[in-house]
Design a protein around this ligand. Structure first.
Ligand code: NDP
Ligand code: 2IT
Length: 447
């Protein structure tokens, strides 16, 4: 499967140790396959056991989270933080609260985050954490008590120069605020220990919108360079209806696209007239309700239970829900329907077989660690503002986000060209992200 003996050996060893961690193996395999030209050109990577070190988290923290629900019953969840790599900055990456959370999923996310954060050009290492707690259906008070219990263990491991969490699935502004409050109470410190905070207490403008907006800025730049084209007049399929999906849909619409689908874990809505985003925000952000409620107010729309959005014809596909949500059959449908570009807003939403199918069919494929880096990039800008004790305007942060996303496109294409791989966004992202971390690890010695 691998061209180099080194990558094969490292992957085989990982596979035998981590056979119970399929998502982690999937993420590592993709990166190792992509960076083989770098291994061949730079034998010092093998001499210094960089691969062996980069696939092993610096630190793995697992803890019990005990809390009391509204009925007075004691609940126990698992909490985690995987501090993956800090060669280029403090560990940085989100917290996921979802019933499916386990070590494999958080290790894949932490591993991806190392290279994503590297691509932003900012000083951020990689980490990820979370819990198998499911906020759906929980009261405000339960969410607060859970977040306080979670932070009561996590606080001793994190800090503004050590490890800076943020949101991810199931963790938005509400949860970040409760987590921050408990950190402040326990440490008696007010600092930039977590990003995605409210604007009243150290948050950054544009952080809420950043992942979705950044995804569209990235996609817009790729459309321009690869096809001399734009969002204008394009039909866009978005999956998910959370933080990333909503603001991807908003920016895609602002740039002239027509977003016709959104989804949640129960199914998808199709609105051929274009999704009414104010209605979606009311249902998903204000009422925290199910997406099916959309059709009650929109006669033009339909709800398809238990299906994925990829059966709807589109020019641009923006998967913004979760990992492995586009499989080979979905890719085949997208290709047959004439989809031109798939840009990942979620982390690893496309299976390896689907990526191969899309690339073989010359659908432009934008890998998440590049295309969804806008969220963590603005987290990095929030850290900078917190350190400086000042706040930039919306336009200042938005302009910096646009520059970062364009730079990611440029640096990934440049990396791909350096290795004679043409303008390959997929290989280039893995190579460019990897090279910077390797440079820092080599310079800093055996750690
Ligand atoms: P949210 O919790 O705000 O929204 C998640 C959305 O995806 C919801 O619509 C949810 O539906 C749906 N979803 C989640 N899990 C599943 C599943 N197993 N099957 C089907 N649908 C599912 O999360 P975000 O928008 O923040 O995150 C979405 C993706 O983007 C994730 O992959 C995340 O890692 C990635 N990401 C997030 C960033 C951020 O800044 N927030 C930054 C970069 C990437 P339901 O409500 O029914 O569960
Ligand atoms: O996957 C991601 O990049 C995030 N969930 C955001 C991480 C962050 O630290 O802002």
């Amino acid at each position: 499967m691998f061209q180099t003996e080194y990558a094969q050996r490292v992957f085989d060893a990982l596979e035998s140790r981590s056979s119970h961690e399929p998502e982690f193996l999937q993420a590592v395999r993709e990166v190792l396959l992509s960076i083989e030209p770098v291994l061949t050109k730079h034998p010092e990577i093998e001499r210094n056991a960089i691969l062996e070190r980069i696939i092993e988290p610096d630190r793995q923290i697992k803890f019990r989270v005990s809390w009391v629900d509204d009925a007075g019953k004691v609940q126990v969840n698992r909490g985690y933080r995987f501090e993956f790599n800090s060669a280029i900055g403090p560990y940085k990456g989100g917290l996921r609260f979802h019933s499916s959370v386990n070590a494999s999923i958080l290790k894949f996310l932490g591993f991806e985050q190392v290279f994503k954060n590297s691509l932003t050009g900012l000083w951020m290492g990689g980490g990820k954490g979370g819990s198998d707690f499911d906020p759906h259906g929980r009261s405000e008070a339960e969410v607060m008590r859970f977040c306080q219990a979670f932070m009561t263990e996590l606080y001793r491991h994190i800090g503004p120069d050590t490890d800076v969490p943020a949101g991810d699935i199931g963790v938005g502004g509400r949860e970040v605020a409760y987590l921050f409050g408990q950190y402040r109470r326990l440490t008696n410190q007010f600092n930039g220990v977590i990003t995605g905070k409210g604007l009243a207490f150290g948050g950054s403008l544009v952080r809420t919108e950043a992942t979705g907006y950044g995804l569209c800025y990235y996609t817009q730049e790729v459309l321009r360079l690869a096809m001399n084209d734009s969002f204008d007049g394009k039909t866009v399929a978005v999956s998910g209806s959370g933080n990333v999906a909503i603001f991807a849909a908003e920016k895609a619409s602002q740039l002239g696209g027509k977003v016709v689908t959104m989804s949640d874990s129960s199914g998808y809505i199709h609105d051929p007239d274009g999704i009414d985003l104010n209605l979606i925000k009311e249902i998903k952000l204000n009422r925290r309700a199910r997406i099916a409620e959309y059709i009650a107010s929109r006669p033009s729309a339909s709800f398809v239970e238990g299906h994925k959005v990829w059966e709807v014809k589109c020019d641009i596909a923006l998967p913004c829900a979760t990992q492995n949500e586009i499989d080979q059959a979905d890719a085949t449908m997208l290709i047959a329907a004439g989809c031109k570009i798939v840009a990942e807003g979620a982390n690893m939403p496309t299976t390896p077989e689907a990526i191969d199918a899309l690339r073989a069919a010359e659908v432009v494929f934008c890998p998440g660690k590049a295309s969804n880096a806008g969220g963590v990039a603005v987290s990095g800008l929030e850290m900078a503002q917190d350190s400086a004790r000042l706040a930039w305007t919306f336009d200042e942060v938005d302009a910096k986000l646009q520059t970062i996303m364009k730079n990611i496109v440029a640096s990934t294409i440049a990396a791909s060209n350096r290795y004679g791989l043409g303008n390959d966004l997929f290989l280039g992202a893995n190579i460019a992200g990897f090279e910077r971390v390797v440079e820092a690890m080599l310079a800093q010695g055996v750690i």
